[in-house]
Write a protein that binds this ligand. Sequence first.
Ligand code: NDP
Ligand code: BG6
Length: 543
Amino acid sequence: MTTDPISIAAAMDAERDPGSDTPSAADGERRTLPPVLSKAPPVAMVIFGASGDLTARKILPALARLADRGVLDDGFTVIGVARTEWSDDEFRAHVTESTPDGGPKWRALTGRFKYVTGEYDHPDTFDQLRSHLDEADRIDGTDGNRLYYLATIPSVFGLVAQALAKHGCTGPGAGGNFARVVVEKPFGRDLDSALALNDEMHRAFDESQIYRIDHYMGKETVQNVLALRFANAIFEPIWNRRYVEQVQVTVAESLGVEHRGGFYETAGALRDIVQNHVMQVLALTLMESPTSTEADRVRDEKVKLLQAIDIPTPDEAVDKSVRGQYLAGTVDGVDVPGYRAEDDVAPDSQTETYLALRLRVENWRWAGVPIYVRTGKRLPARVTEVALTFRQVPFLLFDHRSSRDLRPNTLILRIQPDEGISLEFGAKVPGEKFHIRSVAMDFSYDEAFAGADAADGYERLIHDAMVGDATLFIRSDEVEQAWRIVDPYLTAWSEPGGGLHFYPAGTWGPHMADLLVERSGDEWRNPVVDLELSGGRQTHLEQ
Ligand code: NDP
Ligand code: BG6
């Protein structure tokens, strides 16, 4: 695994044609690639919910990769906590099973991992945890630093925080520098419960110790929105209502609810995707420039942007949203069941698996620009993107026939898959006639940074929590404001008239969602077809 600039360059050099001594154009860029992640301090990481799905599928594999990159300190250990009755050895076996790709550095650490079986409302659980933490400091060299990870069911987050406080675990141990707590999503079910949870968390921890995670913020391409906007002079002058006609955010998934029907029934697309992932992406895309990259300066600007998003009345919320649920259909040639036939889903479920919204941002930069958001499961492709469509030229020189294939300039931030940025613009088709059509100028992460071995979202975020960088985590006022924005939709949909529209799996959502944008003379982009039509690179969108 290559982790420093020199070894990355060396690995790339090794891949180059040995017969060629001509430096490639990208060589300068490659030699200066920074280390992927810095070394983390010693720390005991306590995972509540250690027997769960997230721990097995995301947290442990991320830790294994961090270990094998050489990022974890020798004084690192994990203490798992859950109700499942496991011995230390059984937990270690679970760790090994969950990280089949773990290398020698990871395996060298896992032998010391400990496990506590217990209920979160029982003092024995925390007494045992406390003694394991003390032992880790003495024997494993964790130096009194603690990182708690709440990866359990959200209804016990507050309970765990209170119990940690009661047992004197919310500060660092002897000689330690920090105790921090990472809190999984969802943070609350609505504004009231989020306020109550913040209150409970703050009674146990200082806000500076709380790291509310949103894995979208760990995605390189989401962070690249900051680089695109604030490291380049050419975009800022046109990044506003004078030039941008509309913004569309799409978070489309081809998968259904998989094995998470029980959870999804309590959530729906608004709580699962819009309140967190979409609001974060929107905030980064539309906020003003922070005065520095310091965590609170970035988060201040995100909060200000969220505060500018209009909060509809329940009636307006019905008018500006379309919620849908997938029926049986075909995705990528495979027949799939409807949502109501999924495991742990009620046969008359009213939960939305699709949502389209029309938002407004009421500030000088964005007033009057429609912000369309849509997300859904069982759509034709997995694609997350932000598309800024620019206004038409004031006068088009070319007649309608020669410019009928010309579409407005659009800048597409492709978050996943096929990560990159495309700019669609008009070009003359070769030939005698003046025929104009849209083409795409394309930046691909894979091609530009081949071999860079970027950390995945969880890796990056767990690392940042270890080193104490809260920039990519959600502050209490952010999470509350995001709930203020979405709460009226929840209220509106619980009233008669807040209906559900159905769509066959494998389509782009209910017809009503098309009408939502057509009312304003707009239409949804088709992220797959539009890029191909524009002559852009062939897409590799996962179906
Ligand atoms: P699981 O359903 O797998 O449960 C996690 C843990 O909760 C289990 O280890 C279980 O352990 C414990 N648990 C279950 N019921 C209770 C209870 N009544 N009291 C105390 N503990 C209980 O959940 P996930 O791992 O999927 O999710 C964990 C967290 O991560 C949630 O907040 C979820 O929203 C979030 N998340 C999950 C994602 C995923 O892909 N799985 C993605 C994004 C966020 P035991 O029974 O042994 O105590
Ligand atoms: C999670 C949601 O937060 O994000 C899931 O709970 C969803 O329902 C997932 O599938 C999507 O994440 P990604 O990284 O695959 O876009």
